[in-house]
Design a protein. Structure first.
Length: 85
């Protein structure tokens, strides 16, 4: 698997990872033994609720007000330094 993922692993890492992978596969095999007849598939064990506010359009702050504290605004936008290569 490491070769397919193009990972360079030491012999010690290969040894340790093969043991961990073996443990994971053992757990999967145990789960395959469970009787899941009638159990609905789910992506979470608890119900999720959206805790964010509704996404509804609303007026923005005036551009001038937002740019007021900017150190060097330019043409109605924030000016930022170019990234260093």
């Amino acid at each position: 698997m490491a070769r397919l993922a193009r990972l360079k692993l030491t012999d010690d890492e290969v040894e340790r990872m093969s043991g961990e992978l073996s443990g994971i596969l053992d757990h999967i095999e145990k789960m395959n033994e469970l009787d899941l007849e009638g159990v609905e598939p789910s992506s979470h064990i608890v119900a999720l609720e959206n805790v964010l506010r509704a996404d509804e359009p609303r007026p923005s702050w005036p551009r001038e007000h937002v740019l007021e504290p900017a150190p060097d605004p330019s043409e109605g936008a924030f000016r930022v330094p170019s990234p260093q290569a």
